[in-house]
Design a protein around this ligand. Structure first.
Ligand SMILES: Cc1ncc(COP(=O)(O)O)c(C=O)c1O
Length: 346
């Protein structure tokens, strides 16, 4: 064709999790929250008027920034609103990386990072992940941008924040900590923001807050980095409906905690049951588990689950081809999954 830049023509693009078009499926493949968002979110959306839609939204989503600042005990100037966490990733790649400024991360991790590196025309230095997230290696590489996903996807493990603090101090570039799943973890890295001017935290409203359909995320960082990122973002990157919804959601912390506790309880049950069936399951601080299938190939188990209208995620990638990533569902969804697995594994 010749219309596209060479990189675009040659690249595969990001593969999103499968969205089944039929009803009555058990959908445990894209780490959505199985529980509905706070009723206050629907109320806030219902309160929008034609005028809200007629006018451009707040360019920086200030309503959300102020509400989040109160909840997180930080200042609103330390927050940038984004169109999902993915938008923050795009903004950071555009802001920090180019042909001479690489990105580094350990893998397996979120498969969007190499895609964005490709789009930006920067080198992606990918190193094999060890049990410490390969932080020592990442410090040695000292890329223009280093990304650590914590808790990591798809492995679900959590690197102690003190170790990330050490890394932040060793790097001369930016450390982007992807905390998309942090609502399900026991700790977070927010205290690093007051101590390091090179750390950016990515937060998502898609997972803990059950708002994947709205598209809202945010970044937390030192004010100089936030100001720089503001120059790179699209002029109105968060819309009026998303600002209203995300603001109501973050203000309803009891609802978040209730849903997170339900998911953690099911996570414990699922891990125990899967282990007793012979799967090798690592501890998870997220809303999913990564289970290695020992008795039958993971691909076969995946396909037999699909036949039963149960969808989990299978990655045909080195190091992951023997594993299934399973989102924690409702007790009923998890029961269906476990019953199907019992049939399949025997
Ligand atoms: C590790 C990680 N980071 C960031 C995101 C982006 O989330 P969103 O754009 O829905 O906020 C995801 C989504 O699945 C993710 O898995």
């Amino acid at each position: 064709m010749g219309y596209f830049r060479k990189t675009i023509e040659q690249m595969a693009g990001y593969t999103s999790g499968f969205q089944p078009k039929i009803d009555n499926v058990v959908k445990l493949n894209t780490n959505e929250n199985p529980w509905p968002c706070s009723p206050k979110v629907l109320e806030a959306i219902g309160n929008l008027t034609a005028e809200h839609l007629q006018k451009y939204p707040e360019a920086m989503g200030d309503r959300f920034r102020m509400a989040a600042a109160v909840v997180l005990s930080i200042e609103s100037k330390n927050i940038i609103c984004t169109n999902g966490g993915d938008d923050l990733l795009t903004i950071c790649f555009r802001a920090f990386c180019d042909a001479n400024r690489p990105v580094a991360f350990s893998e397996p991790t979120y498969s969007l990072y190499p895609v964005l590196a490709n789009l930006q025309g920067c080198e992606a230095i990918e190193i094999e992940r060890d049990e410490n997230g390969s932080l020592d290696e990442l410090a040695k590489i000292d890329a223009a941008m280093t990304i650590v996903c914590n808790p990591n996807a798809p492995t679900g493990d959590f690197i102690p924040v003190e170790k990330l603090a050490t890394l932040a101090g060793q790097l001369s570039g930016v450390l982007l900590i992807d905390e998309a799943y942090v609502d399900f973890a026991e700790d977070d890295a927010i205290w690093l923001i007051a101590n390091f001017d090179n750390v950016i935290l990515l937060r998502s409203m898609s997972k803990g807050y059950s708002l994947a359909g709205i598209r809202f995320g945010y970044g937390i960082s030192d004010v100089e980095l936030i100001d720089g990122l503001m120059k790179v973002k699209d002029s109105y990157n968060v819309d009026a409906m998303a600002i209203a919804a995300a603001t109501a959601a973050i203000q309803d912390q009891p609802h978040l905690k209730m849903n997170v506790e339900k998911i953690k309880a099911e996570r414990r049950r699922l891990v125990d049951e899967l282990r007793s069936m012979g799967f090798e399951v690592a501890n998870s601080e997220t809303n999913f588990v990564l289970a290695a299938s020992i008795k039958k190939s993971a691909k076969a188990v995946y396909e037999l689950l699909v036949e039963r209208n149960i969808f989990v995620r299978y990655f045909p990638l080195p190091g992951l081809e023997d594993k299934l990533r399973i989102t924690i569902g409702t007790p009923q969804q998890n029961d269906k999954l476990l019953a199907a697995l019992k049939e399949i594994i025997i």
